[in-house]
Design a binder for this molecule. Structure first.
Ligand SMILES: NC(=O)c1ccc[n+]([C@@H]2O[C@H](COP(=O)([O-])OP(=O)(O)OC[C@H]3O[C@@H](n4cnc5c(N)ncnc54)[C@H](O)[C@@H]3O)[C@@H](O)[C@H]2O)c1
Ligand SMILES: O=C/C=C/C=C(\O)C(=O)O
Length: 487
């Protein structure tokens, strides 16, 4: 077994008012590479004091050059951030894979290029924005103007760290806000570099701030409780969303939530099975299954069920689990020990619930270190099994046959999640009919994770509050003011 890369990471400090700084009490925590359990570096651990410094800097910057900067100049700054991310793509991809355990090809082709595109997209989109005006006979004219929300807290998960942080930061800045970012404690490195990229691109000091730390009783909680933070955009677990909503309630902060999912992948017998299999391998196991949009509940119309399962198992067995930096690795390491144990716990639970492990089911052979789990396919579970209903957030999928369209829609909608769904069929009317009935914010037909950033992105029920993307991001990151002029 080739020695897993020992490339080290970087020490991560806060970035406040345009400068890197340690915590006031010099507290730090260790950042570990999940692929080999080696130390990547130390991370400054922030709390109330650091959050207060960052919010104060953000508030001051809100009324400085950032406020008076012409929109076209602000657009150029966002474009420059995107350019600089691409210039540093290899460095950022390496740091992202060291932090997350994801394969380097994934960081290099998806995570980092999409982070740059998030900025390039909003740099263009912000210059096309209009508002609305109404002529009230000859009595009055009404027109609306957009103003920044103000100081925004950005709280980020660990699965697609830079992709998701920039998906928030780009429109936040495009709308003229200032930001205090709290990266996930497991993935601090690319957020740390993003701060200096913003400064180099011309973002004034205090507009973008980074405070590292944990959630409860740490930087995360302090950010959500701070009275001078106007809005919080959060991506993470549904349960965390509940905690943040309670903390933000006292100061009535504006909230945008992208939360958990248990997304159905509905396969009708008339679909092209080879096409289905090629995409379903990705929608099941890409990024170690640690994607909120993964289609972890697979429903197959009975006539195609046996053939699908046989071919799906065979293709899954071909996947290579291993060193994220090694050529040919399809699946890397889970984010850390806690999550690794949690996912293995669900696989054990599936056995207790009567499931059949068709492939995978545990830790692959030959790894002394690192948090590796085999891609796992489970069949023969009851529709009410916890492994069918609860988000596992790992390389674990369940496959269930169905007979009738109404039956599968009822099963799919019997969930407190409603983030995304994939539907595979060549029957056009059925595609529209089923998409119309499935309770999810994002529906893909004969594809998965095909993204147009102008579209509304977000979940129903306990999968989120609000939408991101195009105009929807501006609905959150700005306040509309109506001005009525009597003629
Ligand atoms: N809907 C989406 O777009 C989307 C995208 C990615 C991940 N997710 C979801 O995120 C989860 C995995 O990410 P995770 O484990 O990092 O989520 P998490 O909720 O554990 O943590 C997310 C972030 O919240 C912070 N946090 C935790 N408790 C907090 C508190 N009480 N106050 C303030 N901040 C707090 C953490 O430090 C971290 O930065 C999964 O459920 C996944 O479905 C959703
Ligand atoms: O793990 C969740 C992935 C979210 C992806 C996006 O938010 C996006 O593609 O804009």
């Amino acid at each position: 077994m080739k020695t897993i890369t020992t490339a080290t990471g970087i020490d991560c400090r806060h970035f406040i008012n345009g400068q890197y700084m340690d915590s006031i009490n010099n507290k730090t925590f260790v950042n570990t590479n999940p692929a080999n359990e080696e130390v990547l570096g130390t991370v400054a651990e922030g709390g109330e004091e650091e959050i207060n410094l960052a919010v104060t800097a953000a508030r001051r910057a809100l009324n400085g050059r950032w406020k008076t900067m012409p929109l076209t100049e602000r657009s150029k700054v966002l474009r420059k951030i995107g350019d600089l991310i691409l210039e540093r793509k290899d460095e950022l991809a390496r740091l992202e894979s060291l932090d997350t355990g994801k394969p380097i090809w994934l960081s290099s082709t998806i995570d980092i290029p999409r982070a740059a595109y998030n900025f390039h997209f909003f740099a263009d989109y912000m210059t096309t924005m209009g508002t609305e005006a109404y002529q009230h006979d000859d009595v009055a004219i009404n027109y609306a103007v957009r103003k920044p929300v103000g100081v925004v807290g950005l709280i980020n998960p660990w699965n697609l760290p830079m992709l998701l942080l920039t998906w928030k930061l780009a429109p936040c800045l495009a709308a003229g806000n200032t930001a205090v970012m709290k990266p996930a404690e497991w993935t601090p490195m690319t957020a740390t570099v993003l701060a200096e990229i913003c400064k180099e691109a011309g973002v004034p000091d205090g507009v973008v701030n980074v405070v590292h730390g944990f959630g409860p009783n740490s930087a995360g909680a302090a950010l959500t409780e701070h009275p001078d933070v106007d809005a919080i955009t959060f991506t993470g677990e549904t349960s965390t969303g509940t905690a943040i909503m309670k903390a933000a309630a006292n100061s009535l902060k504006k909230l945008s939530y992208e939360l958990g999912g248990k997304n159905p992948n509905i396969i009708f017998a008339d679909s092209d099975l080879d096409e289905v299999l090629e995409t379903t391998i990705k929608s099941s196991f890409i990024n170690q299954g640690e994607v909120c949009l993964c289609g972890s509940r697979i429903y197959v119309e009975r006539p195609a069920y046996d053939e699908f399962v046989e071919k799906f198992v065979a293709k899954t067995k071909e996947l290579v689990v291993g060193d994220p930096f090694k050529e040919g690795t399809n699946i890397g390491a889970m984010i850390g020990k806690e999550h690794y144990d949690r996912v293995l716990g669900y696989i054990d639970l599936a056995r207790e619930e009567g499931g059949t492990i068709r492939t995978g089911g545990g830790r692959p052979e030959g790894f002394e270190k690192g948090y590796y789990i085999e891609p796992t396919i489970i069949t023969d579970l009851d529709r009410n099994a916890r492994c069918v209903r609860e988000e596992i957030f790992g390389p674990v999928v369940t496959v269930i046959p169905f007979d009738l369209e109404d039956e599968v829609i009822a099963q799919v909608n019997d969930s407190h999640y409603g983030l995304s769904a994939s539907i595979w069929t060549n029957d056009l009317r059925r595609a529209h009919r089923v998409a119309n009935e499935v309770e999810a914010g994002i529906i893909w037909v004969n594809t998965w994770f095909l993204r147009d950033l102008r579209t509304p992105f977000g979940g129903l029920k306990q999968s989120g509050i609000g939408r991101e993307g195009g105009m929807h991001s501006f609905e959150f990151y700005s306040e509309l003011k109506n001005i009525c002029i009597k003629l």
